[in-house]
Design a protein around this ligand. Structure first.
Ligand code: SF4
Length: 164
């Protein structure tokens, strides 16, 4: 089974602050026999450096706190991530919650004040529109390690998105 996964969840230091967000449940899932993980980092794929200033989505645009618009880079990274997904045809995707690229269902509201609003990150949105199943590390953590079939359990949780 192939899984597309945010690289920071596997421990890669690719976040805006130069850090990682390793999650045991995700690493455990990706280490299971028969599972092939395909790490992606949309923001890196879009040409953004590590580290980089934080960005948030507001009114459909992605901007830094300074107001600089980085939507083009985020969209380029999203397209590259979609190309990877089309190539590997993952059973599902595990993307980092709340990220302006990877977030599923809730993202920061663009005010850089920690508030969340309903919505998907730019890369997540593209994957969902293409019909890929996307969930986040929180759902995987809840499922791990008892899940028999992660997709079924993610669907049953009410999180994630449409099945392919
Ligand atoms: Fe992690 Fe996604 Fe941000 Fe890359 S773009 S650091 S994979 S949350």
């Amino acid at each position: 089974m192939d899984i597309l996964v945010s690289n920071c969840l596997l421990g890669a230091p690719c976040r805006y602050d130069g850090g990682a967000k390793p999650v045991d449940g995700v690493i455990g899932l990706c280490s299971r026999p028969g599972v092939t993980a395909h790490p992606v980092c949309p923001e890196c794929a879009g040409g953004l450096p590590i580290p980089r200033p934080p960005a948030e989505i507001r009114d459909g645009r992605v901007c830094l706190e300074s107001g600089q618009d980085v939507t083009d880079e985020f969209e380029a990274g999203a397209r590259a991530t979609l190309e990877t997904a089309r190539r590997v045809r993952p059973a599902f995707c595990v993307l980092k919650a709340k990220s302006p690229s990877c977030g599923r269902g809730r993202v920061y509201d663009g005010t850089f004040s920690g508030n969340l609003v309903a919505g998907d990150g730019i890369a997540c949105d593209l994957l969902v529109k293409e019909g890929f199943f996307v969930t986040d590390e929180k759902t995987v953590e809840r499922c791990h390690p008892t899940m028999e079939h992660p997709v079924a359990i993610c669907l049953g949780s009410g999180l994630g998105s449409v099945a392919r």
